[in-house]
Design a protein around this ligand. Structure first.
Ligand SMILES: O=P(O)(O)OC[C@H]1O[C@H](O[C@H]2O[C@H](CO)[C@@H](O)[C@H](O)[C@H]2O)[C@H](O)[C@@H](O)[C@@H]1O
Length: 403
C-alpha cells in the first residue's frame, strides 16, 4: 500500500519535473542544462512506458532555442508566433498531441496579446487596476528560489505600468522578499499569498477585512498600513519552520523557505525516488498543527494557516483600500501562473468585470479567461499597456499645448 502510494508520488514528481523543464526554458544560461535534463527526463519517461517520439523531442528543443533566441533580442515579442509546447497529460501521464491540445486550449483561453485591442476597447472609460503574481509571472521559474530575479526590462515595464495604473503584486513569497526582488516604490506589495499586505490607509468595507485590524507601521503620518490577518499564527509558523528543517535535512535537494505567514518546502531538486518520503515527513509535521494545512504549487509544498484568506481576498481588500469598493467602472486585471492565483481569477469572474490572465505554456484547468505563454509575453503585455496610456497622455498634452 505504502509502496503503491510512493510510486504514484514518484510518477507525479517525474511529471512535475518534466513540466519544470518547460518552465526552465526561458533561462538562456541554463539552456544546455535544460536540454540535457530533457534527455534525462525523456529517458525516465521512457522507462515508465511514456515514450515520446524523437521528432517531438527535437521539436521541443528547437522550441527552447527559438524562445531563448527571442528573449536574447530583448524586444517586444508581442508578434512572435505561438508554438505549441511539449506535454504529457498531468493526470494520466499519457503523451498528448501537442498542437491539437494546446491550440484548442488557447481557443478557450485566447492570448491576451492577440486580444489586447479588444480588451482595451472594453476597458474604455473604466479604471484598470493591475494585479500581478511574482514567480513564473514576472520572473522565470528557476531551480534556486533565491535566484528568481526579475530582469531590468521587466522592472522598467512594471514601473511604466504603475505610473498610470494602480498596481499591486500578490505573491506567495514573504512581503520583504518580493519587495527586495521588485525594488519599485510605486507598487503595492502583498506577501504570503495575500496574508501580509501593505496598502493605502483608506478604510475598507467590514465585509472584506472581517475582524482583522490594520496597523500603521510608521506611525500616524504613514501613507500605508499593514494588514496581517494571520498574525496570531506567527509563533507556530516559526516552530513549523524549525521542525521541517530538522525532519528533512537528510533529504538531498530540499529547501525550506520561510515566507512569513506560510512555509514553502521546495522539492524541485529532490530526486524523484525521495519525494514520497519527503511528502510523508512534511505531512507528519503538519498533522501536529491542526490549524494549518498543506497546499501544492510548482514543485513546492506549502504549509499555510487555515484561515479564510487567499489571493482572491487580498485582491478585494486592495481594491477596497484603493477606493474602488463600490465602483462599477473598475476593471481588475490579474496575471498569474500558479494554483494560488486561481483564487484571484475566481474573484474577478464572480465580480463579472475584469481580466483574469493565466501564464502557461501548457493546457491547464483554469478559471482564467485569457492566457500568456511565459514571462516574456507578460513583459510584452505590460509594455503595451504602459504604451497605450503614454500615447493618450502625450496626445492630450499636445492638444492642450496647441490650443
Ligand atoms: O505566488 P508566487 O509569487 O508565484 O509564489 C509561489 C512560490 O514561488 C516560489 O517558488 C516557485 O518559484 C521558484 C523560483 O523560480 C521555483 O524554484 C519553485 O519551484 C517554484 O515553486 C517561491 O520560492 C515559493 O516560496 C512561493 O510559494
Amino acid at each position: 500500500m505504502a509502496h503503491a502510494r510512493r510510486s504514484s508520488a514518484t510518477q507525479r514528481v517525474l511529471v512535475q519535473q518534466q513540466h519544470h523543464i518547460l518552465d526552465g526554458r526561458f533561462i538562456i544560461r541554463n539552456m544546455r542544462l535544460v536540454a540535457r535534463r530533457k534527455v534525462k527526463s525523456h529517458r525516465s519517461l521512457g522507462l515508465m512506458g511514456l515514450q515520446r517520439s524523437s521528432a517531438s523531442y527535437k521539436q521541443s528543443v528547437q522550441s527552447i532555442q527559438r524562445t531563448t533566441k527571442d528573449e536574447n533580442k530583448g524586444r517586444d515579442l508581442s508578434t512572435k508566433t505561438r508554438t505549441a509546447p511539449l506535454l504529457s497529460d498531468p493526470n494520466t501521464n499519457d503523451p498528448v498531441s501537442l498542437d491539437s491540445s494546446y491550440n484548442s486550449w488557447v481557443e478557450e483561453h485566447p492570448s491576451a496579446l492577440d486580444s489586447f485591442d479588444r480588451m482595451m476597447k472594453t476597458a474604455k472609460g473604466k479604471r484598470i487596476v493591475v494585479f500581478l503574481d511574482y514567480d513564473g509571472t514576472l520572473s522565470p521559474i528557476v531551480d534556486n528560489p533565491d535566484r528568481a530575479l526579475m530582469s531590468e526590462e521587466m522592472r522598467a515595464a512594471l514601473r511604466g505600468v504603475a505610473k498610470y495604473f494602480p498596481t499591486a503584486i500578490i505573491s506567495g513569497r514573504s512581503r520583504d522578499k518580493v519587495t527586495e526582488f521588485v525594488k519599485l516604490s510605486n507598487v503595492y506589495y502583498a506577501g504570503s499569498h495575500g496574508m501580509d499586505i501593505m496598502a493605502p490607509p483608506i478604510p475598507v468595507k467590514s465585509s472584506t477585512a472581517g475582524n482583522h485590524q490594520t496597523i500603521a507601521p510608521h506611525g500616524k503620518e504613514s501613507t500605508e498600513v499593514l494588514f496581517q490577518p494571520a498574525k496570531k499564527f506567527l509563533p507556530a509558523i516559526q516552530e513549523i519552520v524549525t521542525m521541517l528543517e530538522e525532519k528533512t535535512k537528510k533529504i538531498q535537494g530540499v529547501r525550506i523557505e520561510d515566507n512569513g505567514f506560510c512555509v514553502s518546502v521546495h522539492f524541485r531538486q529532490v530526486r524523484a525516488e525521495d519525494y514520497g518520503i519527503l511528502e510523508e515527513k512534511v505531512k507528519s509535521v503538519v498533522e501536529k498543527y491542526p490549524e494549518f494545512h498543506l497546499t501544492e504549487g510548482k514543485m513546492v509544498l506549502e504549509v499555510r494557516p487555515s484561515i479564510e484568506w487567499n489571493k482572491g481576498h487580498a485582491l478585494e481588500y486592495l481594491l477596497d483600500t484603493l477606493g474602488f469598493s463600490n465602483s462599477s467602472d473598475v476593471l481588475p486585471l490579474y496575471i498569474g501562473d500558479d494554483r494560488s492565483d486561481e483564487d484571484a481569477f475566481k474573484v474577478i469572474r464572480s465580480r463579472g468585470q475584469g481580466y483574469p490572465i493565466i501564464v502557461s505554456s501548457t493546457p491547464k484547468d483554469t478559471k482564467a479567461s485569457y492566457s500568456l505563454q511565459d514571462p516574456s509575453e507578460v513583459l510584452s503585455f505590460l509594455l503595451r499597456l504602459a504604451r497605450l496610456k503614454e500615447a493618450s497622455f502625450s496626445s492630450r498634452t499636445l492638444k492642450n499645448g496647441s490650443s
